[in-house]
Design a protein around this ligand. Structure first.
Ligand SMILES: C[S@@+](CC[C@H](N)C(=O)[O-])C[C@H]1O[C@@H](n2cnc3c(N)ncnc32)[C@H](O)[C@@H]1O
Length: 204
């Protein structure tokens, strides 16, 4: 759009199911509860989720300047007061934040980036979360080598064609790298179109 907003219909479609899971997820007590979103992309999710979770303070981030512009343009048109201006955060060279968030949210990033980005996400989340804090991940995954949804192989092939380092990640491998950083897989929720929500909790 002329004001820099990127439209993203898939993000619009999964806003409500993601909100449903976030509403049921127990977060450590704080007022407000602080959420760090990594790879906010267009900004469609953060506008919707911050509006519908008024007791949280939502910090959107991305490493892509176009995404940062879009997030702030969405924020200017329909952002709630609890949605902060976008900040640049590249998980591969992040030196912040430390122990200051009750939750980290990351939607659809790990399959659209090299594996090193998944490893870096875990390091950033582990460092950012307070004790008992939650890392919420959403996306399409493989499970023990097998595809979860009917269209997932085609999606995986398309991702790898675009960039050989991209592709659907395996829940077991994601779980293992998370555990290496003290993040324990607490729950997995099957979402529409066979996507998964993965909820990890900071053990220390
Ligand atoms: C498929 S998009 C998902 C965007 C949004 N979360 C959504 O679901 O619509 C992947 C996002 O990951 C971001 N990303 C990729 N590598 C990153 C990195 N190293 N650090 C932070 N964000 C990254 C991209 O800029 C992009 O916004």
């Amino acid at each position: 759009m002329a004001d820099g907003r990127l439209d993203c219909q898939p993000a619009r479609n999964n806003c409500e199911p993601i909100l449903g899971v976030l509403r049921k997820t127990r977060l450590p007590a704080a007022s407000p509860r602080r959420i760090l979103e990594i790879a906010s992309g267009s900004g469609v999710h953060c506008c919707y989720l911050a509006t519908n979770l008024p007791d949280v303070l939502w910090q959107p981030t991305d490493y892509d300047p176009e995404a940062l512009g879009s997030i702030d343009a969405w924020r200017a048109t329909e952002g709630a007061e609890n949605l902060l201006p976008a900040k640049r955060l590249d998980v591969l060279d992040a030196t912040w934040p430390e122990r200051s968030y009750e939750a980290v949210v990351c939607i659809n990033m790990v399959h659209a980036a090299p594996w090193a980005v998944t490893e870096a996400l875990m390091a950033v989340a582990a460092r950012s979360l307070v004790t008992d804090g939650v890392l919420f991940m959403y996306g399409a995954y493989r499970d023990g080598g097998a595809y979860v949804g009917a269209g997932d192989q085609a999606f995986d092939d398309a991702l790898r064609l675009r960039d050989p380092e991209w592709g659907l990640r395996d829940v077991l491998e994601v779980k293992e790298v998370a555990a290496n950083h003290g993040l324990v897989l607490e729950e997995r929720v099957t979402m529409p179109k066979d996507n998964l929500s993965l909820i990890f909790r900071q053990a220390v």
